[in-house]
Design a protein around this ligand. Structure first.
Ligand SMILES: NC(=O)c1ccc[n+]([C@@H]2O[C@H](COP(=O)([O-])OP(=O)(O)OC[C@H]3O[C@@H](n4cnc5c(N)ncnc54)[C@H](O)[C@@H]3O)[C@@H](O)[C@H]2O)c1
Ligand SMILES: [Zn+2]
Ligand SMILES: [Zn+2]
Length: 343
């Protein structure tokens, strides 16, 4: 089969013929319908310090976000059969640790990541533990199915901050932030303030349902949020920028008693005045690492299936698998939303 393989350290990857995966106990073989490029794939593609320090074994097949059809099930697999339409959950839980035994397998203590610690889905076929092949409604088209993994992160952030009827800010309008704007809209947020420094992406935020866009290179986002909420501050903010200065602006714009969902991964520690910004504010802060397995999947499948959430504006490019280099180039220069690769 054809696959995009990261062969060695250094920038780039190659498209080549490799053996089709052989199934072990509890695994399924899927035929990939569509795959998507994520920030993590970019880290591995360019082999930056994050990639070097994350226990990634080369050579490896890139890619972890995809929609697919089950074509074969391994020994012991129940509940999945050839022909099932699925999307891949990246978090591979051990099933044995404290978190797994206490209803939090998405943050398993021995967590492995599909397409990062295993061969991935930029290929015609991929194998994945059966638990990570999630059945999805046929009404979800394969390109949308390919981005359910990041969409789930965005949906879950909105669930955690309870955005229904609230004034919510989304910081960072990359693919995840844009999907968080769409999810806030779907949940019936009263106002959605989208913040970024990239006007192209702020334009897409508007299409996704932002009530107001704020270019934080021109305006102080915190002050602007307070002004837009009649001096009160927003009920919640979701950070999908990973930028420490932007996160601090979010806290400045947060009302007393407000909620914070953190998705972005800052590259350096954040220095914050906990007294004024968290303690006296009684702020609730939650970190979001992916989707709850599988409540978040159910919620987002329902929203998409019933037409309550439309993420089409975030999918800006659909390319053939062999055009992966072009895809990574667009992703790298920030002039795309979600980029799809079709094998
Ligand atoms: N927690 C998780 O489970 C999880 C999963 C995947 C990705 N992530 C992280 O989530 C974040 C978002 O992912 P993405 O793929 O959308 O990333 P991205 O890099 O495409 O988007 C980040 C956005 O933040 C904007 N930004 C940067 N500095 C800013 C500032 N000072 N003010 C306002 N906006 C600013 C950028 O212009 C960009 O549009 C990343 O940090 C990524 O590493 C987390
Ligand atoms: Zn991803
Ligand atoms: Zn575990």
């Amino acid at each position: 089969m054809r696959a995009v393989v990261k062969e060695n350290e250094g920038i780039g990857a190659v498209l080549k013929d490799v053996e089709k995966p052989v199934l072990n106990e509890g695994e399924v073989l899927v035929k990939v319908k569509a795959a998507a490029i994520c920030g993590t794939d970019q880290h591995i593609y360019v082999w930056n310090t994050w990639a070097q320090n994350n226990n990634i074994k080369l050579p490896t097949i890139l890619g972890h976000e995809c929609s697919a059809e089950v074509v074969e099930v391994g020994p012991g697999v129940k509940g999945l059969k050839p022909g099932d339409y699925v999307a891949c959950e990246t978090h591979i839980p051990c099933g044995e640790c404290y978190q797994c035994k206490n209803g939090e397998q998405h943050i398993c203590g021995n967590l492995k990541l599909f397409g990062i610690h295993t061969n991935g889905c930029y290929a015609e076929y991929a194998k994945i533990p059966a638990i990570c092949a999630v059945k999805i409604p046929e009404s979800i088209n394969p390109n949308v199915g390919a981005v359910l993994e990041p969409l789930g992160t965005a949906v879950r952030a909105n669930v955690e901050v309870q955005s229904s009827g609230k004034n919510v800010a989304v910081i960072g309008c990359g693919p995840i932030g844009l999907m968080a704007v769409g999810a806030a809209k779907a949940f019936g947020a009263a106002s959605i303030y989208a913040i970024d420094i990239n006007d192209y992406r702020l334009g897409i935020a508007k299409e996704m349902g932002a009530t107001e866009i704020i270019n934080s290179s021109l305006d102080k986002a915190g002050e602007k949020l307070v002004e837009l909420t009649n001096g009160v501050g927003v009920d919640a903010f979701i950070d999908a920028s990973g930028n420490t200065a932007a996160i601090l602006e979010g806290f400045r714009g947060l009302r007393k008693g407000g909620k914070v969902a953190l998705i972005g991964l800052p590259s350096r520690p954040l220095e914050i005045d906990l007294g004024s910004q968290v303690v006296f504010k009684e702020a609730t802060i939650i970190g979001i690492h992916g989707r709850r397995m599988f409540e978040t999947w159910t919620t987002m499948s329902n929203l998409l299936d019933k037409g309550l959430l439309n993420i089409d504006p975030v999918i800006t490019h659909v390319l053939k698998l062999e055009e992966f280099e072009k895809g990574f180039e667009i992703a790298q220069n920030g002039m795309g939303g979600k980029i799809i690769l079709v094998p």
